[in-house]
Ligand binder design. Structure first.
Ligand SMILES: [Zn+2]
Length: 446
């Protein structure tokens, strides 16, 4: 660190804020990925053919931005089937023009327990699988069409100010979809696409945990050699390791009664839910890395009615697979017990649904190879990418667990995902498309 500080103060006498920022990322990158430095020397320099892809991409920024503006302005909240289908048809058309054959993978309806009247059903739109058979290594490219913003969210529109773009999905992950498409277009422009063996899976339910598309991802994973996911490259960092994710939805049924005239015969579902929430929140343990969040609660009918029903939605994060299984057991214990009344009269019951929807993404020798190779290519292109770990899960966690070495942060750079502060760096669109064009070209020839 001391050495870094000396370099820093020497540098700060002439550096502009942006070069300082780049230098900082370089330092992060070099300290966290020691193997990447070694890899840099063996990764061949950019060839004349690869330079053609890059030169072509240098002229595509306006087109890429215009496409991103169009697709950001189409609402694709996970449950907005019409919007998701519209985006799916745009990408199907683009990929067909590049020679891919397109098939539709049916979405599903997933019923979950809910209080009477709230009828919580997840109705998932279809997913898209594009195939272009060829020779060489088989690559599976992945992205999601959906965002976390429903049609009634106030955050709906694309906006650009200088090198910053704002809007729902600009970095998570419509920017990444545009990066992927233009990397393929660059290869196609110089007859380097149709020889490659590529599959592209675009799912419509990633933001809900890929509850419907998981089976397709796990089916495709073993049929390929490498997986590339176009989630955002965040603050110019590629993600090496991720926590596992789980979710639970539970409904407490009680007994309604008049809050004044017959209080003692009621059994309050809200009161029982409150006790359960305290028990669930106690499961968070920062030391072991397990965190639990009761993110949504609702219930009750009226101020003066003992609540007959109440429900909650819980998020779980865990570093090790066994911790996920243990957490599910703890949930089941909490759901199966009555905490709020001294004597269990049998009038309180709990329905629950739990799902470990993302296993932890644990690095392997092959996934580290993919990461180091990408960072090395990035350096050859003048992109200093760092490496980090994340508490957020992606579909890359599913494919990696299914045996496919997967890198899952190849999309455009940006921050503020899942909030109305979501933004992206405009110039990263072309940069990451160049990175992917060269990466796909090299991986497929291995
Ligand atoms: Zn995402």
């Amino acid at each position: 660190m001391k050495n870094n500080n000396i370099v820093w103060s020497a540098l700060s006498t002439f550096a502009t804020p942006s070069t300082l920022l780049a230098f900082t990322f370089f330092l992060i990158g070099s300290s966290l990925s020691a193997t990447a430095t070694a890899q840099e020397n063996i990764e061949p320099l950019i060839s004349a053919e690869e330079s053609q892809f890059n030169d072509w991409l240098d002229d595509q920024e306006e087109e890429m931005l215009s496409m991103l503006e169009t697709i950001t302005n189409i609402n694709t909240g996970s449950l907005n089937k019409a919007g998701v289908n519209e985006l799916a048809s745009i990408f199907s058309r683009e990929l067909r023009q590049l020679g891919f054959s397109i098939s539709t993978l049916p979405g599903d309806q997933i019923d979950m327990p809910s209080c009477p009247g709230s009828d919580y059903t997840v109705d998932v739109a279809d997913h898209v699988l594009a195939r272009s058979p060829g020779s060489g290594k088989k690559l599976l490219l992945m992205g999601h069409l959906d965002t976390v913003f429903p049609p009634d969210s106030p955050f709906q529109e694309f906006r650009r100010e200088g090198d910053t773009m704002y809007g729902p999905g600009v970095s998570d992950m419509k920017g990444g979809l545009v990066v992927m498409l233009y990397a393929l277009k660059a290869l196609n422009e110089f007859d380097a696409l149709d020889t490659k063996d590529l599959s592209i899976l675009l799912n419509s339910d990633e933001e809900m945990g890929s509850l419907s598309s998981r089976k397709y991802l796990e089916e495709q994973a073993p049929q390929h050699d490498y997986g590339l996911v176009y989630e955002s490259s965040g603050n110019e960092r590629l993600v090496r390791q991720r926590k596992g994710l789980g979710q639970a939805r539970f409904v407490v049924h009680g007994k309604a009664s008049h809050a004044g005239g017959a209080h003692e015969i009621g059994r309050s579902a809200i009161k029982e839910l409150a006790y359960k929430i305290v028990e669930i929140e106690r499961m968070t343990d920062y030391e072991s890395g397990v965190t639990v969040n009761v993110g949504v609660v609702s219930g009750g009918e009226a101020r003066n009615t003992i609540a007959p029903c109440a429900e909650a939605l819980v998020d779980l994060r865990y570093p090790e697979p066994q911790q996920g299984l243990d957490a599910v057991d703890q949930f089941e214990d909490i759901f199966g017990n009555v905490f709020s009344y001294a004597v269990d009269s049998g009038e309180l019951s709990t329905e629950s649904w739990t799902n470990l929807h993302r296993p932890p993404k644990i690095p392997t020798e092959e996934s580290d190879y993919l990461l180091d190779k990408t960072i090395s290519i990035g350096r050859l292109l003048g992109q200093n990418l760092g490496v980090g770990d994340s508490g957020g899960g992606t579909d890359g966690s599913l494919t990696q667990a299914a045996g496919l070495p997967t890198l899952d942060s190849l999309g455009s750079a940006g921050t503020g995902a899942h909030s109305n502060r979501e933004q992206g760096r405009v110039s990263s669109l072309v940069e990451r498309a160049k990175l992917s064009a060269v990466l796909i070209h090299r991986l497929s020839q291995e």
